[in-house]
Design a protein around this ligand. Structure first.
Ligand code: NDP
Length: 348
């Protein structure tokens, strides 16, 4: 089958569109024919390589996919050939104290499918193998392309806001990268909860799109001072929640933008991991800093119900042929993408 593969870390030039063996289902697995696969920052982190993490080569990225089940392992029940599914990309042991307590994201064997798996085990391929527990029914109201754009960012933003920060009606929520994959989900989740999203973006086109998606206020960071705007919009009070994933470049501003007693929730650091904080803010203003990583299957299913009701909508920037993964990654690295890029394998 065709797949996008790399065997060493580097720039987009290390990605090769090539033939690899088709996966076979183990007893508890399913194999899906990938109809569409999402692009995520995990693909870029894996390709570049990360300090302290070893990747298994040949590596096939792709942590989101939607497709049709073509093979079912001998021990699998409840799923049959022909089912239309999307991937739940959180892999865990499912037997430990954390997993059985509904906290699979705290399992010591926790991994992101298509990021920490391999060899040849991601969604950027014509076929993909997964544990059967890691597929869920595709929302009926979505195309495969729309469905493939959702799970990872939808469930991560859901956990960050609903589970970790416990967003409340009326909360001001500052959303960095609001036109990005996570951001477009965060805006819509805030609206569901009756919160007041303040979207930060870097272009006029993005300003327009995030307003359409429900951002109550929009700050263009390329021509406005985010802290000053937040003070103005909140009448000098600050925001209840900051939705962080940019890291080093924005963290000090995020902390300053919080109201007294406010909550910062973060899942990432696109701009760098070494963020500094004046600790006096933390104790004097009694702030809460929360980490959040991926989400449980229950959280994904909860969030997908709102997708089925049409209350959370996928946001597709573009659909590219699978062989154009390098171009998609370059677009993400240049911050050009509004919502998500989706790749479609040949003949899908
Ligand atoms: P996208 O590329 O879709 O969006 C990122 C956005 O961040 C861009 O649109 C850009 O918006 C903004 N941004 C980038 N650099 C800066 C900067 N220096 N200052 C301010 N804003 C900046 O990525 P995703 O939304 O998919 O992911 C974002 C991050 O979250 C990644 O690092 C990813 O790895 C991480 N992540 C972590 C997860 C987890 O579970 N731990 C899950 C999902 C993602 P603009 O230029 O318009 O301001």
């Amino acid at each position: 089958m065709k797949a996008v593969v790399f065997e060493r870390h580097g720039g987009p030039e290390v990605l090769r569109y090539t033939d690899i063996p088709e996966p076979k289902a183990g007893p508890t697995d399913v194999v899906i024919r990938v109809k569409a696969a999402g692009a995520n920052y995990t693909d870029i982190w894996a390709r570049r390589g990360l300090p302290g993490m070893s990747f298994i080569f040949p590596h096939v990225s792709g942590s989101d996919a939607a497709g049709v089940v073509v093979e079912v392992g001998s021990a699998v029940t409840g799923i049959k050939v022909g089912d239309e599914v999307v991937v739940h990309p959180s892999l865990s042991c499912r037997t430990c104290e954390m997993c059985t307590g509904g906290q699979e994201v705290l399992c010591r064997e926790f991994k992101i499918w298509g990021f920490q798996t391999g060899p040849n085990d991601g969604g950027h391929a014509q076929y993909a193998r997964l544990p059967a527990v890691n597929v869920v029914p595709k929302p009926r109201n979505l195309s495969f392309e729309e469905a493939a754009s959702l799970p990872l960012v939808l469930m991560t933003a859901w956990r960050m806001l609903a589970t970790r920060a416990r967003v409340q009606p009326g909360d001001f929520v500052l959303i960095w990268g609001a036109a990005g994959g996570l951001g477009v989900m965060a805006i819509q989740i805030c609206r569901l909860f009756g919160a007041r999203p303040i979207a930060v973006v870097s272009s006029s086109e993005k300003e327009r799109r995030v307003a359409e998606l429900g951002a109550e206020f929009v700050i263009n960071r390329s021509r406005q001072d985010v802290y000053e705007e937040v003070r103005r919009l909140t009448n000098r009070r600050g925001v209840d929640i900051v939705f962080e994933h940019v890291g080093q470049a924005t963290f000090p501003t995020s902390v300053r933008c919080l109201r007294w007693g406010g909550t910062l929730v973060t899942c990432g650091a696109t701009s760098g991991f070494e963020a500094s904080t004046d600790l006096r803010h933390l104790w004097n203003r009694q702030l809460t800093f929360l980490g959040s990583h991926m989400a449980t299957k229950a959280e994904l299913l909860q969030a997908l119900r709102w997708v089925e009701m049409g209350r959370i909508r996928p946001v597709l920037h573009t659909v590219l042929p699978l062989k154009e993964v390098p171009r998609g990654q370059e677009m993400m690295e240049r911050n050009e993408v509004i919502g998500k890029i989706v790749y479609v394998p040949e003949g899908s």
